[in-house]
Design a protein around this ligand. Structure first.
Ligand code: FAD
Length: 462
């Protein structure tokens, strides 16, 4: 391949931020809001025009389970967001608050526009400087010292170099970390396969009453029939399904895009085109086969392709499936979680479907009252001093990634990363040598549920 040297002088912004957060999904929004509330001068850089990431631009309009059947596990900012949505009637209208406060394995559906508004407000009220329609496209970092000096942003105004004392990578794809030269693992290259993507959709005109609370069972039964009839161009037995959002609206998590490498633009382009085609096939399926869905209309597909797996950093600690099944608790845990391991079939074969079913429905679930800890070290790229990662691209093996990649966990990790960045600035501690006892105490003061009795200065590394 021939190369072209890209060299130009670009403006350097005069001011130096305390923290720059790349990406405004659940992880990045939480990092920015929580750091700003602790007094930091924060710039939040988001490529699209809204916060929420997959939850808004990706139309994934439900939060995964936040409790374990006995108590709420996810507190902090995530809980504040859900309670705010509830108070403003922006959750699914018939939802029982026990869904996020206590229940086992219950999702909390929300209205996309309401969630966008609440996140805007929380950022503005906290004093976060928001920069939409802007991407982090390069990093000025010293790999040997583990220090990031600044990032290059690109938007309608061109390129700008911006300095900060600390940085959080919440891009979902570890884009900033990769630009810095952090060691990363990639789906497909370092894993047995690539979890498929899905282009989510919103539909209206659904008569939910007709499903009488058996919507999922009916969708599955009808799917089997439609597959037998040869309805789909891609026979896919795994349909997560249409979830109720309000009286007539549903969000469809259906239509897998197999073998899509989210780190290749060609795959993303072809994938979203195929996703739109599949969404029409699912609309026809629902109209033809599923009672109560005869009159559905397709409102829109998402503007962001639903990526489940792409790139993860190698952190100071790599959370693994043994920790998960041991329900391991860590002195430096920054979150507690009990969501099942959910690795969608790598292809649409019978074997893969059975593997998924065994893993997700039978093996991969923790029971009522159970949970595992998410340790601080998975947020810190190995050896880095002023860089944290939060959300889908933190350091874990592929199985645990199948659990912690979801929105409530991303938000908890974001809150911890933003809080840690402020602590680092105030104390001069490096990310990789942070006093985690102080961090845990600050997170507890801000409503995180972290019941460990033993705390330690050093993070868990083995
Ligand atoms: C189809 C599907 C269904 C799902 N279902 C659920 C569900 O029911 N419940 C649940 O809780 N979770 C669900 N998830 C998982 C969850 O939505 C995501 O994993 C979660 O949103 C990850 O959060 P994040 O903040 O790490 O990343 P994201 O939500 O992906 O946010 C990353 C943000 O960074 C921005 N960004 C990326 N690169 C740059 C850059 N260079 N510069 C600036 N900004 C950038 C993006 O625009 C985006 O807004 C689902 C995921 C998929 C794909």
């Amino acid at each position: 391949m021939t190369t072209y040297t890209f060299q130009r002088s670009i403006p350097v912004l005069d001011e130096c931020y305390d923290l720059i957060v790349a990406g405004g999904g659940p992880a990045g929004a939480a990092a920015a809001i929580c750091a700003a509330r602790l007094g930091a001068k924060v710039l939040l850089v988001e490529g699209t025009g809204c916060l929420g990431g997959m939850g808004t631009s990706g139309l994934v309009t439900a939060f995964d389970p936040m409790a374990n059947g006995e108590r709420r596990l996810v507190g902090g900012l995530m809980n504040e967001i859900v309670e705010t949505l509830y108070a403003r009637q922006l959750l699914r209208p018939d939802i029982d608050p026990d869904a996020w406060r206590k229940s086992y394995h219950k999702w909390t559906a929300f209205q996309v526009e309401g969630y966008k508004l609440v996140l805007d407000e929380l950022c503005v009220d906290a004093g976060v400087e928001l920069c939409f329609f802007t991407k982090v496209v390069d990093a000025d970092a010293d790999v040997m010292k583990g220090i990031v000096n600044g990032v290059v942003l690109h938007n309608i105004e061109g390129f700008t170099y911006v300095k900060a004392k600390t940085f959080v990578d919440a891009t979902g794809d570890a884009i900033l970390s990769n630009l810095c030269g952090v060691e990363c693992r990639e789906a497909g290259r370092d894993t047995p396969g690539i979890m498929p993507a899905t282009l989510a959709s919103l539909f209206t005109g659904i008569n939910w009453d007709q499903t009488r609370g058996r919507s999922y069972e009916i969708q599955q039964e009808m799917l089997e029939k439609a597959l037998a009839d040869g309805h789909f161009s891609q026979p896919d037995r795994h349909l997560p399904g249409m979830a109720k959002v309000n009286h007539t609206v549903g969000y469809l998590n259906g239509g897998h895009l197999f073998n899509l490498n989210a780190l290749r633009c060609k795959d993303l382009t072809e994938g979203i085109i195929f996703g739109r085609k599949l969404a029409r096939e699912y609309m026809d399926f629902y109209r033809k086969y599923v009672p109560g869905f005869e009159n559905i209309e397709h409102v829109t597909t998402a503007s962001l392709l639903g990526i489940r797996e792409s790139r993860r950093i190698v952190g100071e600690y790599e959370l693994n499936v043994h920790d998960y099944f041991a329900r391991r608790q860590f002195p430096d845990q920054i979150g507690m979680f009990n969501k099942s391991i959910d690795i969608h079939p790598y292809n649409n074969s019978e074997e893969e479907y059975n593997r998924y079913y065994e893993e997700f429905e039978k093996m991969g679930r923790l029971g009522v009252g159970e949970c595992f800890g998410i340790p601080y070290g998975i947020l810190v790229p190995k050896g880095w001093r002023n860089l944290w990662v939060a959300g889908r691209c933190v350091s874990s093996d592929v199985q645990v990634h199948g659990s912690i990649r979801v929105q409530p966990a991303a938000s908890m990790m974001g809150q911890a990363a933003g809080t840690a960045a402020v602590q680092a600035i105030k104390t001069g501690q490096a990310a990789c040598q942070l006093n985690t006892e102080t961090l845990i105490r600050t997170l507890r003061d801000n409503d995180a549920y972290l019941p460990q009795e033993e705390l330690s200065y050093d993070m868990t590394r083995v």
